[in-house]
Write a protein that binds this ligand. Sequence first.
Ligand SMILES: NC(=O)c1ccc[n+]([C@@H]2O[C@H](COP(=O)([O-])OP(=O)(O)OC[C@H]3O[C@@H](n4cnc5c(N)ncnc54)[C@H](O)[C@@H]3O)[C@@H](O)[C@H]2O)c1
Length: 246
Amino acid sequence: MSEKKIALITGAAKGIGKAIVERFVSDNYFVIAVDVDDVSGKLLTDEYGSSKVLFVKADICNEKEMHDLFIKIQTDHKQLNVLVNNAGIIRDNMIWNMPVEDFDMVLNINLKGTWLLCKEAAKMMKQQNFGRIVNIASRAWLGNRGQSNYSASKAGVVSLTRVLALELGKYNVCVNAVAPGLIDTPLTQKLEADVLQKLIEAQPTRTMGKPSDIANAVAFLASDATNFITGQTIYVDGGKSIGAGI
Ligand SMILES: NC(=O)c1ccc[n+]([C@@H]2O[C@H](COP(=O)([O-])OP(=O)(O)OC[C@H]3O[C@@H](n4cnc5c(N)ncnc54)[C@H](O)[C@@H]3O)[C@@H](O)[C@H]2O)c1
């Protein structure tokens, strides 16, 4: 077994995923960072060094790539302490304008990709009798206009988290979700300035969150302090989920 704890983080090349990598490196984990974006992803190894981070270019929706990745983790490290399912995309539109392809793509990456990694991790963690899975959902699972695909995918992630907590609890594996609100990342930087401003004004805090705000919650759920917390969704959203922001 490795001396360091091993964490697998998806969508690790930028935004929230990169902040989670940074936090886990500083918490002394060896991080396996997965992303389809190998240009940004390779910079992680340059930044942290190959003794701390291994970047793997892979698509979380590709069943064979995910299966092979877990065989490599088993062979090289013999254990996986934490899986963080962070990779996700948006393709927003009102339902009457939304192409079916955008529904399929969002569900495929956000839900099926997360499910595939959970499946591989569940097999390994059940066997080793320990582990933590943290799924990045979204406050939007409660409902957002223009996000019928995305909100449904993240509702699926919350539900998946609850089911896996039931299935894996007796194997000493805790499964929780973090539901971010509006966080300043390349994903939200693509929004029109006036749209972004309105979203910020609807926040109880009148601020956006930082990627490190999410990384802090993930690190907490991965820590030994949370052995009795499972199946839960923690909102890190500046209070937006309370519902009376506007
Ligand atoms: N930024 C926000 O305000 C916000 C709010 C709520 C939830 N989230 C969720 O947080 C997570 C991270 O969001 P972000 O804002 O950092 O996004 P981002 O677009 O900045 O980064 C997402 C990363 O995931 C990678 N990725 C996309 N598809 C992939 C695939 N098939 N396989 C592997 N990697 C893939 C991308 O290349 C990218 O590096 C997502 O699940 C998102 O839904 C974000």
